[in-house]
Design a protein around this ligand. Structure first.
Ligand code: NAD
Length: 470
């Protein structure tokens, strides 16, 4: 049994979910296979209608689901409301785009008649993390479903409650629960035709290998170690600094595309640090996710807290200085709270800089030349997102073109810089495949061709046996 405690109050159980055995996973996949037949046979407009109705039903429970999400994930209530609202906006956007994106293409000309259709895969396995469980599930479920796939979702055991309620409103979706074992049973199932995964690199490698072993195609949305590159002419207002602070500390820094390394020109480092600390004292309020005015909750687990505290201690042992940010609201001993810090003077080879910290501790790094800046930003195996900050947009775009990342924000970072129409995903070891945009919808279809070459249509001249086409 999964017993999920509130990370802000150890003693409070938010909910329980039974762990799905391999047999239960098998049964869920087989139910999805059955459900898919009728679902895929519906006209596209009917599938869109059913999905829009499901979105409306979830929206009617928006407030209640946001509270549940806040209690299980530790994210502040406005953040949870925002995530669910954004996920529903995305779902409606997919419904709007589907008739165009999924339309078959047909040409009928002197070369013959060619029909290219968008075929669903069949049953799609979706494995998702806990940090944004609703949006990260709907980014997979909605484009998969609209195209005529059925889905088996395995949410993270660290935040399975709200997303299960959302999934229950959707047609042709099964939900299984558990950790790696349930995930392995799902990914390795012979009737699963596509795997969509968001999570960390270690699990990603195992899941990609298991899917590859079955010749099941996969989408991998993995971790990042996003650099923010402040060019010497960057301009940042007070609200700009406040947004920058939240670009690192929203969800206690546990966001794949958080600003995780801040690179600032030496000549402006002091000015930057002063304005940053002042902004953090205005916007960072650490406390219970349901309390009024709180902008940062606890981290997700005891293990996450230990890991982040150790990373900061290690950075200090290497000469870094951890500057405490924001203010505490209420009793922080009741949950897995971590004091948010900006760490200055830390060497580049410290794990806090080299690895994805995934927590509320951000290094402030100083550079001298732009070539050095670029080399340091591009170092390492991860390449999810990045940002370039400059008063000159052309200059920013030129630098952005040299940054090794799947998504480069200009003068912003993290979700404020996202767009429903912009494909999101990593380069290097941050994964492959895309979410959002048209590309994010096309992940869940493959092309299927019907072709009548002109030579073999009524009145055609035919061709020599075995001849190559013209
Ligand atoms: P995780 O990799 O531990 O778990 C993700 C999911 O995979 C969970 O459902 C988990 O139960 C399951 N799982 C774990 N090991 C498995 C295995 N061997 N076989 C099958 N299933 C397995 O990740 P997490 O801690 O939940 O999330 C944090 C990570 O996710 C961070 O690295 C973060 O950057 C990344 N992330 C990436 C994106 C993106 O869009 N690229 C978005 C959010 C989070």
């Amino acid at each position: 049994m999964i017993v999920r405690e509130n990370p802000a109050r150890f003693t409070e159980v938010v909910g329980r979910k039974p762990v799905s055995s391999p047999e239960a996973v098998d049964a869920a996949v087989r139910r999805a296979v059955d459900a898919r037949r009728a679902w895929a046979a519906l006209p596209l407009d009917d599938r869109i209608g059913a999905l829009r109705a499901a979105v409306d039903a979830v929206e009617a429970r928006h407030g209640e689901l946001a509270v549940l999400l806040a209690r299980e994930s530790g994210k502040p209530l406005p953040d949870c409301r925002g995530e669910i609202g954004f996920a529903l906006t995305y779902a409606r956007w997919v419904c709007d785009q589907a008739p165009r994106v999924l339309a078959p293409a047909e040409v009928d000309d002197a070369a013959g008649r060619l029909l290219v259709r968008r075929l669903p895969y069949g049953v799609v396995a979706c494995l998702t993390p806990w940090n944004a469980p609703v949006i990260l599930a709907l980014l997979k479920l909605v484009p998969a479903l609209v195209a005529g796939n059925a889905v088996v979702l395995k949410p993270s055991p660290l935040a399975p409650m709200a997303v299960s309620e959302v999934a229950a409103a959707l047609p042709a979706v099964e939900v299984v629960h558990g950790g790696a074992e349930a995930g392995r049973a799902l990914v390795g199932h012979t009737l699963v035709r596509k795997v969509a995964f968001t999570g960390g690199e270690a699990a990603g490698r195992q899941i990609a290998a298991a899917a590859g072993g079955m010749l099941t195609p996969s989408v991998m949305e993995l971790g990042g170690n996003d650099p923010a590159l402040f060019l010497p002419d960057f301009e940042l207002s007070e609200p700009g600094y406040e947004r920058l602070v939240m670009a690192s500390f929203a969800t206690s820094g546990q966001v794949c595309m958080a600003a995780k390394r801040l690179y600032v020109p030496r000549s402006r480092a002091e000015e930057f640090a002063g304005a940053y600390l002042a902004a953090a004292s205005r916007v960072l309020a650490v406390g219970d996710p349901l309390a009024e005015g709180v902008t940062m909750g606890p981290v997700v687990s005891a293990g996450a807290r230990e890991r982040i505290v150790a990373l900061v201690a290690d950075a200090e042992s290497r000469g870094g200085t951890a500057l405490r940010l924001g203010r505490a609201v209420g009793d922080l001993d009741a949950g897995y709270f971590v004091t948010p810090v900006l760490v200055t003077g830390v060497p580049e080879d410290a794990p806090l800089v080299r690895e994805e910290q995934f927590g509320p501790a951000v290094p402030l790094l100083v550079y001298d030349t732009e070539e050095e800046l670029l080399a340091r930003a591009n170092a390492g195996e991860l390449g999810l997102a990045a940002s370039v900050w400059s008063a000159d947009e052309e200059r920013a775009f030129a630098m952005a073109g040299r940054v090794e990342a799947g998504f480069v924000f200009v003068n912003t970072h993290n979700r404020t810089g996202m767009s429903l129409r912009a494909p999101f995903g990593g380069v290097k070891r941050s994964g492959y495949g895309r979410e959002y945009g048209e590309e994010g919808m096309l992940e869940y279809v493959q092309s299927g061709v019907v072709h009548a070459p002109a030579a073999f249509r009524a009145g055609g001249a035919g061709s020599a046996p075995g001849a190559y086409p013209l």
